[in-house]
Design a protein around this ligand. Structure first.
Ligand code: 5RP
Length: 229
């Protein structure tokens, strides 16, 4: 799996050009991308700046000497590179496994070109087959949002903070995450729209029609999927 992530990250590096402003996603695959990007910047003396989507990617990029900037300074980015939890062959995605979906959607959609990097296990016939759909919610609204999500046929679960944080996980934006199990999703765009309409929902981890290409890595090599339209 790690080799697939590394190959995908390496392949996406071919899209990076000197002088670009890049959006950088979040997660373990993006962490590999940041490491090899920093190496390339050092070796080739590239002049690049990055807009991070989380404290994780901001901290790692800073530690590796990558210059950071903001969307306020650069509202349009040349390229965004991000991971995914599920990818279908139309390049629709489920994202938010690292709870960074809101900033990821803002940054990824601000790029002229958005490429996804992932290992082969993320490729699915239909979104929702394996992964739940995360949504970021305003804390005071979570129980009501959860009730409304059940009406849409989903089974929501409030994401826990894990070993190092008692109680619910709190995002970089100070909100909660609901992971919603829908099973295989027939119409991701319609579902994204329905979820987004619920008061208290900040963002939905369905990324429909946003990615331009995906690099899917495996032990054997990399498959590139490019969006047709
Ligand atoms: C974070 C994300 C990640 O991109 C996604 O969870 C994939 O992570 P990884 O590369 O670790 O499998 O959406 O919110």
């Amino acid at each position: 799996m790690i080799e697939g992530k590394r190959r995908a990250a390496q392949a996406a590096l071919s899209e990076v050009k000197d002088g670009q402003i890049l959006g950088i996603g979040t997660g373990s695959t993006v962490a590999i991308f940041i490491e090899i990007l920093a190496e390339r910047i050092r070796n080739e003396g590239l002049s690049l700046m990055c807009v991070p989507t989380s404290y994780q990617s901001a901290h790692l990029a800073m530690e590796r000497g990558i210059r950071l900037t903001t969307l306020e300074e650069h509202p349009t980015l040349d390229l965004a590179v991000d991971g995914a939890d599920e990818i279908d062959r139309e390049l629709n995605l489920i994202k938010g496994g690292g709870a960074a979906l809101t900033r990821e959607k803002i940054v990824d959609s601000a790029a002229k070109r958005f490429v996804v990097i992932a290992d082969k296990s993320k490729l699915v016939e239909r979104l929702g087959s394996k992964a739940a759909v995360p949504i970021e919610v305003i804390p005071m609204s979570w129980r009501r949002v959860a009730n409304m999500v059940r009406v849409l046929g989903g089974e929501p679960r409030l994401r826990d903070g894990g070993d190092r944080k008692d109680g619910p996980l709190v995002t970089d934006n100070g909100n909660f995450i609901l992971d919603i199990n829908f099973g295989p999703i027939e119409d991701p765009r319609a579902l994204e729209f329905e979820l987004k309409r619920i008061p208290g929902v900040v963002e939905v981890g369905l990324f429909v029609n946003l990615a331009n290409a995906a690099y899917i890595g495996s032990e054997r090599g990399v498959e590139k999927i490019e969006r047709k339209s």
